[in-house]
Design a protein around this ligand. Sequence first.
Ligand SMILES: NC(=O)c1ccc[n+]([C@@H]2O[C@H](COP(=O)([O-])OP(=O)(O)OC[C@H]3O[C@@H](n4cnc5c(N)ncnc54)[C@H](OP(=O)(O)O)[C@@H]3O)[C@@H](O)[C@H]2O)c1
Length: 282
Amino acid sequence: MAQIPTIALNDGNSIPQLGFGVFQIPPEETAAAVGHALDTGYRHIDTAQMYGNERQVGEAVGASGLGRDEVYVTTKLGNGDHRPDDARRAFERTLADLGLDHVDLFLIHWPLPTLYDGDFVSTWRTLEEFEADGRARSIGVSNFQVDHLERLAAETETVPAVNQIEHHPYLANAAVRAYGSEHGIVTEAWSPIAKGRVLDDPVVGEIAQRLGRTPAQVVLRWHIELGNVVFPKSVTASRIEENLAIFDFELGRGDAERIEALDRGEAGRTGPHPDSFSRGGR
Ligand SMILES: NC(=O)c1ccc[n+]([C@@H]2O[C@H](COP(=O)([O-])OP(=O)(O)OC[C@H]3O[C@@H](n4cnc5c(N)ncnc54)[C@H](OP(=O)(O)O)[C@@H]3O)[C@@H](O)[C@H]2O)c1
């Protein structure tokens, strides 16, 4: 079984560098997909309250026969629950749905700077409570821009352990990543293969052919060599296996630079922009 590297976090914990994402996996398919991922050797699952499949993630983890400390579970606060009392209730619901007494990592899913009077600071302080009482081993943020991170640094005590942001060959997101590396915040790259859109790129295809790997493996390997944490999503058993088989090869000289040069800036973004995204809901 593949040996998945771990990355040290700024709070003394560590996180498996490769995990399995479950965004847009319907609840009725989630337990089977997560079960296959765990059987294949994944030990890190990335879900969210807004994905509507925490219960099924919990079922699959419970059915896996693995010990609680063998599986790293991340989830994220829903956009409708940023006010502290709502966040507390939502977090309790999450633990009940997952069937766990703690999560390994709990994130603010989106900063929502145009909602809640722009206040994500009181939300962050609420996550600090969850870390202090041990129900979240680590806490972090997602989709935070540099100015959002600067505000947390100025007004709170805890530096986020991670910032989970959109990042793939078509969206370098360089300023946010640079802030993270300068301040000890690990970058988690969501949509690491740009939801499949980078797989037909001729540059990726040429490298894949030369290395005898698939385009997805080349792009995931690129993330690993950059030091990102990634959790590709798939409901396809063969792809779940393929995406884990990236620890027995390396990119060649100059390959990383060629992939980095594919950056399309804002035109490469597949999801909403964090400065304007304002969809509430759970
Ligand atoms: N924090 C956030 O705001 C945020 C936003 C988006 C995503 N995320 C996280 O990041 C995870 C991954 O992102 P994502 O699901 O958006 O996109 P992704 O992992 O970049 O791409 C998933 C898509 O690629 C396909 N695919 C997967 N492996 C493949 C392979 N080896 N060959 C060909 N196609 C392949 C999948 O198809 P099949 O499933 O049909 O096989 C699916 O359509 C999510 O599940 C979630 O955990 C977080």
